[in-house]
Design a protein around this ligand. Sequence first.
Ligand code: ASP
Length: 288
Amino acid sequence: MSERWAVIVHGGAKTIPEARRERHRQGCLRAVEAGAEVLRSGGSAVDAVEAAVRALEDDPTFNAGRGSVTNADGEVECDAAIMDGSDLSVGGVAAVRTLRHPISVACSMLPERPVLLVADGAERFARDHGAEFCAPEDLIAPHDDDPGCDTVGCVALDVSGDIAAGTSTGGLRDCAPGRVGDSPLPGCGLYADSAIGGVSLSGEGESIIRTTLAARLIQALETDTPGPAIDHALAVLERVGGEAGLIVIDHRGRVDWGHNSDHFAVAHASRDEPARAFLQRSEDRRKT
Ligand code: ASP
């Protein structure tokens, strides 16, 4: 056991209007504290990611869980996934409309063979596993002043050296019904391998999928520190265009993040650093 732990959360890559900035900072801080509490008491990276993402899903500031945007039919469809870097297990749900906490259903799928269940199949699985349900309307919050991307995510390293990553999203406003973005797809919106690191992304799902951006980032982390690995991934994204924000913890516990969007709400904490929140990478002077 190293006793070292770290956690980072994000609240989405986008332009955050002035009036909403403090809510983003506070929401990210609450979520990172929820994850840090699990890790401080010796809990697992998977449990920390679930706790942090549940806090973000509870906060209507963010487009995930409560606060989700609607598709072109005016309906909510949420996606979420979690990956356990200790054994490379993945659980994901997509196009779900009545799950109060999509991330928790994704966690319940970790021991199962399927990595991704969609729509009615995912909701049936959730029912069989005692998940919490709600009316679709309870997930929708007004975001009229907030048109950008804002998936939420978390990466955590626990004291045993295991890493987990998670994402949760209401998708893109006015997207085609049935559209699934990068968030529940391993290698696109998230990835975790305890031998290398963990990553969670937000941004334009189609661009992230076309560049398998989480996979590129993990691959870069095999030989690079997080900062250059993030720069490499953002350079790859330039081939297709699109906004993205990326959070990283590597197997040595180095925490970093980057984005090409105007803002990317992030908070991080570790055994050695108190929780702090930022809206742009340039505000965060740490060297990793
Ligand atoms: N990546 C998400 C998607 O395309 C959107 C976001 O990051 O807000 O579904």
